[in-house]
Design a protein around this ligand. Structure first.
Ligand code: ATP
Length: 449
């Protein structure tokens, strides 16, 4: 199905209806583009993060994890440049009073690259806008009971700085040496001027970031390596080729410290947009923190006597944004036996439930066997258990939330101790002995033996 505006609406509706994502504080009329992750959303978001952690930390020997504080010292943000530069250009429309990010406004009379011309208010079409002013995106708060300058703290706007300020700690407490990385995932906060498009841009979101420290002369090589690795990750998890592309930033788009940046872009219903940014940040961050803190943030190679400040390659992804992309890419409508159905063709690793256990009827006679099957599966896979409504409707419900497999227990199961496994994508059904159900499910999910 080609991506359309309608697709977005359908996915947002499904997300709400089936308990993936709810608008936050809904009983009070909602709260400023914030969202709550419901019973299925919390499972799926965790799966996205687990898949990232697995590929970035578990399956490697050159990356270690970190979970740094969200509430952070102003000194970090002063040194990193965020206090001075982490701003967006804010303009007000004098006519309708809406606020916008100037760099995202449509421009009248612009050249084919969208440069030049006069910014136009997307709400009312007026060109009577205020001069833009730099608006800092960091959430400021106070640590402790006194609200004065000495107690100012910030909610981190990215997880990356936690890795830079702990560089020496990690070097001293592990046996890692460049090239090696520190990975972190967790909440970040940005006071976005124009949040929107569901969870694409929110003020509170989750990031998954790696800072990969390398000898300076290896920066280019590792940048290329991570581009390929990260692009491949989205593909392996089921985003089709035609919805994914890599876009290298032009020289005039690069941050002053970057020796190269590329975005993994996804084809959202409104067009191509960033999914993840991969940057060669050189030695900018470590040097900035070394200078501001007076601490040495460098690597000393005892074998060669060489001392250097590593360069950093940073693949920076959004967990919540990625979850939305996976939902958009998986959403499909098809027909089964002449009946329309909605199906989320999610990769099994990302699906909230891997298996649904469905006794054919609610009759007590089936319950003991159904419980037995559930007990076998539950330690290995996140399972749903559902015994209400017709089996057809229950299959439909599972298809709609992306459950790859359903195991049905019927009256024959009492006699032959076999159950039926149904596949979400093909709706193919096979009968297998209860004793083999765990191995069979594992194989069908692609988990291996
Ligand atoms: P954008 O240009 O879209 O504002 P950015 O280039 O500032 O994003 P980065 O600072 O590179 O984003 O952050 C890395 C990743 O974190 C992004 O690719 C995105 O997936 C995610 N991200 C950033 N800001 C938000 C947000 N406000 N809401 C949700 N995800 C976000």
């Amino acid at each position: 199905m080609p991506p359309t505006e309608d697709l977005m609406e359908r996915v947002v509706n499904l997300a709400k209806r089936r308990g993936f994502v709810y608008p936050s504080a809904e009983i009070y009329g909602g709260f400023r583009s914030t969202y709550d992750y419901g019973p299925l959303g919390v499972l799926m978001l965790r799966n996205v993060k687990d898949a990232w952690w697995r590929s970035m930390v578990q399956m490697r020997t050159d990356v270690v994890g970190l979970d740094a504080a969200i509430l952070s010292s102003p000194r970090i943000w002063e040194a990193s440049g965020h206090l001075a530069n982490f701003t967006d250009p804010l303009v007000d429309c004098r006519k309708c009073k809406e606020r916008w990010r100037e760099d995202q406004l449509p421009r009248m009379g612009a050249d084919p690259n969208g440069e030049g011309g006069t910014p136009v208010c997307p709400a009312c079409g007026s060109t009577d806008l205020t001069e833009s002013r730099a608006f800092n995106l960091m959430f400021k708060t106070f640590a402790g009971p006194v609200e004065d300058e000495g107690s100012v703290a910030y909610l981190r706007p990215e997880t990356a700085q936690g890795m830079f300020v702990n560089f020496a700690n990690v070097l001293n407490t592990t046996r890692k040496r460049p090239p090696f990385g520190i990975a972190q995932m967790g909440k970040s906060f940005r006071n976005e001027i124009t949040p929107g498009n569901f969870v694409f841009r929110t003020r509170e979101f989750e990031q998954m970031e790696l800072e990969f420290f390398v000898p300076p002369e290896e920066g280019k090589k590792w940048f290329e390596y991570w581009l390929e690795e990260r692009f491949g990750w989205y593909k392996r998890l089921g985003i089709p080729d035609e919805m994914l592309r890599l876009r290298h930033h032009d020289a005039d788009e690069l941050s002053h410290y970057s020796a190269g940046t590329a975005d993994v872009e996804f084809l959202y219903p409104w067009g191509w947009g960033e999914l993840e940014g991969i940057a060669n940040r050189t030695d900018f961050d470590l040097k900035a923190h070394a200078k501001a803190s007076g601490e040495k943030l460098e690597y000393f190679d005892q074998a060669t006597g060489e001392r250097y400040v590593p360069h950093v390659i940073e693949p920076a992804a959004g967990a919540t944004r990625a979850m939305m992309a996976f939902l958009l890419a998986a959403y499909a409508e098809d027909e089964i036996g002449g009946e329309p159905r909605t199906v989320l063709r999610l990769h099994p690793e990302l699906a909230p439930y891997k298996v649904a256990v469905l006794p054919l009827s609610k009759k007590d006679t089936l319950t003991p066997v159904a419980s037995e099957v559930l007990d076998l599966l539950q330690p290995h896979f996140m399972c749903d258990y559902d015994e209400t409504q017709s089996i057809g409707r229950r299959y439909r419900r599972q298809d709609e939330i992306g459950t790859p497999l359903a195991v049905t227990i019927d009256f024959e199961s009492l006699e032959d101790r076999c159950v039926t496994i149904r596949e979400r994508d093909t709706t193919e059904q096979v009968r297998v002995p209860i004793d083999e159900v765990v191995g069979e499910v594992r194989g069908r999910l692609g988990w291996g033996a």
